[in-house]
Ligand binder design. Structure first.
Ligand SMILES: Cc1ncc(COP(=O)(O)O)c(C=O)c1O
Length: 383
């Protein structure tokens, strides 16, 4: 968790570093409240586990590179039912979580050296994956005053300064929970089209939207790469299963890359994913718990002196200003963990420029853990 020298900009994923440190404390007998990771507090739906148990004896081999036809057809039906768009199952590729989807998307759409824009703050793995794979990065700064939202104007301004070939962004976003409306997404799509920028839409937090259903980029364009995952909404982080929807011109290249890089997504996880698609009621029950946690945590942190702004629209994080307490988010989170037993992620993970003034607190876990965490933080701050 200390600052590390870096030759090429590649930095540790601090949320994972905090987790490592928290686990070490737990191994020594400490009890830690885990607010550092976006990990649902509940297991996958019971029918998902039953489906996997039943499939276990047979599901030992690879699947075809794109994934089981039944899963891809299930996903095509999902786009028809939820978003009113027809997607050919042949354009869908099942991945090892959305994380593998990013690698496939970058290499399918661009050549190493190409510059891809991301938002700042944004999901830390974007910048680290791009730099690790030899791509360039352009950052588009977002502001709290605008609800942390990406706009067409911000894209155009950044592009005028440093041109880029692609744009990767998430709505709802990590760490801010910011979500764009249909009109705002249409503005982003139109701006990308005008500038000749390929859009990669990370839709992993779709479903976890508290201000109305999220709009998929597929409703507005077929030129974008759409990436999604079973990790969050379906409570399946460790199953490592996600998917991507590709524009026609990239399907074959992505399939070839998948064949060679990963062969196929894990077979049992694909079986689990087929079952999960039918378990939206269960997923909605989890979302109702997050909605309660969202208010509890955001208001709780605000009451303790953190700057929280409005309730986040989606995902399950509070990105809170810590400037009343510290101007060094790494040191603040280290002390919070060591002295108070609360694991949270320093803002520098999401924003290398202004992140020292922020911390990210996840409300994906159980309510009791959040209540305990708030008590501990209050004591730690001597409130
Ligand atoms: C915005 C965003 N995209 C992608 C991921 C990676 O998820 P997966 O488990 O599907 O690889 C995360 C995980 O936290 C995330 O926040």
């Amino acid at each position: 968790m200390t600052s590390e020298p870096t030759v090429d900009g590649l930095l540790p994923f601090q949320a994972m570093e905090i987790l490592k440190r928290a686990r070490a404390l737990e191994a020594g007998g400490r009890q830690v409240c885990h607010l550092e990771l976006g990990e649902p507090g509940s297991p996958p739906a019971p029918r998902v586990l039953e489906a996997v148990k039943a499939a276990l004896p047979q599901a030992q081999g690879y699947t075809n590179a794109k994934g089981l036809v039944e899963l891809r057809e299930g996903l095509a039906a999902y786009y028809h039912d939820r978003h009113g768009v027809g997607v050919d199952a042949e354009s869908i590729l099942c991945t090892m979580g959305s994380s593998a989807g990013f690698i496939l998307a970058f290499h399918a759409a661009f050549r190493p050296g190409a510059r891809i824009a991301i938002t700042r703050p944004g999901y830390p793995a974007y910048v680290n994956t791009l730099l690790g794979l030899g791509f360039g990065v352009a950052e588009i700064p977002l502001g709290q005053q605008n609800g942390w939202k990406l706009t067409g104007a911000a894209i155009a301004a950044a592009h005028a300064q440093t041109p880029f070939e692609g744009l990767l962004f998430a709505s709802p976003a990590n760490p801010t929970g910011a979500s764009v409306t249909r009109e705002e997404l249409a503005d982003i799509v139109a701006t990308c089209r005008r500038l000749g920028v390929r859009l990669i839409s990370d839709e992993i937090y779709h479903g976890l939207d508290y201000a109305g259903p999220s709009v998929s980029a597929l409703e507005l364009t077929r030129d974008a790469i759409v990436i999604n995952s079973f990790s969050k909404y379906y409570c399946m982080t460790g199953w490592r299963i996600g998917w991507m929807v590709l524009p026609d011109d990239l399907v074959r290249r992505a399939e070839i890359l998948q064949q060679n890089l990963f062969i196929s997504a894990p077979t049992l996880s694909q079986v689990a994913a087929i079952a999960a698609l039918g378990e939206r009621d269960y997923a909605e029950q989890q979302k109702a718990l997050y909605a309660v946690n969202r208010t509890l945590l955001t208001e709780g942190l605000a009451g303790l002196g953190f700057e929280t702004g409005a309730l986040p629209d989606g995902a399950f994080y509070a990105y809170a200003g810590i400037s009343r307490f510290s101007n060094d988010s790494m040191a603040f989170c280290a002390r919070l963990l060591d002295e108070a037993g609360v694991a949270a992620t320093p803002g520098v993970d999401f924003d290398r420029v202004n992140g020292q003034a922020f911390g990210r607190f996840s409300y994906a876990g159980r309510r009791a853990e959040i209540e305990t965490a708030l008590e501990r933080i209050g004591r730690f701050l001597h409130l």
